[in-house]
Design a protein around this ligand. Structure first.
Ligand SMILES: [Zn+2]
Length: 185
């Protein structure tokens, strides 16, 4: 059985048994908070548990590295929607130690793309179109600096409500311990 079928089979039973009932809530975050964090597998359950967050408490936006790079990209849009449309009154950016994005070697990653069939032609075309793949794929050296930079971008975004506190934290993916990087108050 494929992974997808395993999931669909499980889901059928989940719905049939009304296992969803304990998760029922609204789209508005009870703790009036939106979190930007990393997609790391170790944080899937650990991050909410370590912060005493349950279904319905917060909005969570995730990407690789909890990095905000584009002021008018989908991450920033999600944060603005959370603030203006979904009653989030505070923002927390949470990076983590041992993040995959701190170790990304864009040259190695492009090599892997080539191994999987992405042609030199395609890479050349992107290059001529002004897309700097290495700049786009690059991660960060210091997670604290990366978090502080993202906090800064959100805080100073021309469309962000100036009254909204934006905090920065770093989480240990093994213990769930949070360290304060930016206190937004
Ligand atoms: Zn990460």
């Amino acid at each position: 059985m494929t992974l997808l079928n395993t999931i669909l089979d499980y889901n059928e039973q989940f719905v049939e048994e009304k296992a969803y009932e304990q998760y029922r809530t609204t789209k508005f975050p009870d703790k009036r908070l939106v979190i930007l964090t990393c997609m790391d597998t170790r944080l899937v359950e650990l991050l909410p548990k370590s912060m005493n967050i349950k279904n319905g408490d917060v909005k969570i936006v995730k990407n690789a590295g909890a990095i905000l790079t584009h002021p008018f990209g989908s991450i920033m849009r999600s944060l603005l929607v959370a603030v203006y449309e979904l009653q989030a009154d505070e923002v927390i950016v949470i990076g983590h130690h041992d993040c995959g994005m701190s170790a990304i070697d864009s040259h190695k990653m492009v090599d892997k793309m080539k191994e999987r069939g992405i042609s030199e032609d395609t890479l050349g075309t992107l290059n001529y179109s002004g897309i700097d793949l290495h700049d786009w794929l690059k991660g960060f050296d210091s997670v604290q600096e990366s978090v502080a930079h993202s906090v800064d971008m959100i805080k100073n975004h021309p469309l962000m409500d100036k009254k909204t506190p934006v905090h920065g934290l770093v989480i240990d993916p093994a213990t769930g311990k949070l360290d304060l990087v930016v206190d937004g108050y």
